[in-house]
Design a protein around this ligand. Structure first.
Ligand SMILES: NC(=O)c1ccc[n+]([C@@H]2O[C@H](COP(=O)([O-])OP(=O)(O)OC[C@H]3O[C@@H](n4cnc5c(N)ncnc54)[C@H](OP(=O)(O)O)[C@@H]3O)[C@@H](O)[C@H]2O)c1
Length: 342
């Protein structure tokens, strides 16, 4: 008798357990990243909040600890705008394998002037794209050591109608902040697609998955005092907007699914069901311009030249089979520990 296997439908009210796994969330100290971390902590995994602000991370860790019994959450100093610091951040992880990274942190400026990082790069392109590109390079050995690991890149609906200017990636001419933001998010999404191709070519089991959170407003987001509070007036005045967009808790759902759903595959784009703006996460047909391998490859080369690194997922022939656990301990990361910062 033959039987047909139907994959169970994803239900993010019942997340699968992930004890023994470790997930890194960039910008996990606030906004959507906080809620990604809070949900992932509930699976029993160790969750690391990559943040440039220790105090904010500690407030987030306290909040998660008060809501998720036994949550194992810690802080990692991470400044994506400072490319030279990323190697040290990855070393400070103290891990020899990583099961997923969520490239969530982002900066969105809505008015001039054009700002530059200490490295001299335009701030949004540098933080959103170049920082995550270089971080992926430094994390590659840890991700390769975890079979089926995932790199989840956060794009934006704003990138849907945008096009890259490969001759002006740093927005030096005719600087328009909203356009520069949208292009930086498009760069991230093209990077994720090119990364997916390279992972497949290398025969890697690591997946590169794209997500976008739809439209997310703080005013529609449940309170997480002390770092996120909202007044009743604010909540009521924004209530009608809830018909179109959502809170940052709901906007975290595509990334949580991208990390945990066993049926997700590389190169998939997960986003909110209702017009890509709100609702349950579903796999959205890939936007046509994201499937352009020529632009993506040219962006990769330019990013390599700007950062001086080249994310590579080809295992050296002498590589030992991966073992679970933290660097040097040889023991698996146990599911439930105490929420702490390191
Ligand atoms: N909200 C939306 O409607 C929406 C729509 C589409 C896409 N997105 C994307 O979703 C992601 C999260 O958005 P959000 O609304 O949650 O933003 P948010 O509330 O402004 O949070 C942004 C996070 O990024 C961190 N960050 C900024 N610069 C950083 C740097 N140099 N190094 C490390 N971390 C840095 C921030 O840390 P600090 O606290 O230290 O500043 C914060 O944790 C972003 O990638 C954004 O582009 C959001």
């Amino acid at each position: 008798m033959s039987s047909t296997h139907h994959a169970p439908q994803w239900d993010d009210r019942r997340l699968p357990g992930a004890e023994g796994k470790t997930f890194l969330v960039t910008g996990g100290n606030a906004g959507i990243g906080y809620f990604v971390a809070e949900r992932l902590a509930g699976t029993g995994a160790e969750v690391v909040l990559g943040s440039r602000d220790r105090a904010k991370s500690e407030a987030a860790i306290a909040s998660i600890g008060s809501r998720v019994p036994g949550a194992e959450v810690r802080h990692l100093p991470l400044d994506l705008a400072d490319l030279g610091s990323l190697r040290a951040s990855v070393d400070a992880l103290g891990l020899d394998r990583l099961d997923a990274v969520v490239h969530n942190a982002g900066v969105a400026l809505d008015r001039p002037p054009r700002r530059r990082t200490e490295d001299g790069h335009e701030l949004m392109f540098a933080t959103n794209h170049l920082g995550h590109f270089a971080l992926t390079h430094h994390l590659a050995p840890l991700l390769m050591a975890a079979p089926g690991s995932r790199i989840v890149t956060t794009g934006s609906f704003a990138a849907k109608t945008e096009r890259l200017d490969l001759d002006d990636l740093q927005n030096e001419h005719d600087y328009r902040p909203k356009r520069a933001y949208a292009r930086s998010k498009l760069a991230q999404m093209l990077f994720a697609m090119e990364l997916n191709r390279r992972l497949r070519d290398a025969g890697s089991t690591t997946l590169s998955v794209l997500v976008h959170p739809g439209g997310a407003l703080d005013a529609l987001t449940p309170a997480r005092p002390p770092f996120h509070v909202r007044t009743t007036g604010e909540r009521l005045s924004r209530l009608p907007l809830g018909l179109v967009v959502q809170g940052k808790d709901a906007a975290a759902r595509p990334a949580v699914r991208a990390v945990l759903d066993p049926d997700v595959h590389g190169g998939q784009l997960l986003s909110p069901r209702a017009f890509g703006l709100r609702g349950a996460p579903r796999a959205e047909p890939l936007w046509k311009h994201l499937a352009d391998p020529v632009t993506a490859a040219r962006l990769w080369t330019a990013s390599r030249d700007l950062t001086g690194v080249d994310p590579t997922f080809t295992a050296p022939a002498s590589r030992k089979p991966p073992g679970p656990g933290r660097k040097g301990t040889g023991t698996p990361a146990t599911g439930h520990g105490k929420a702490a910062s390191a």
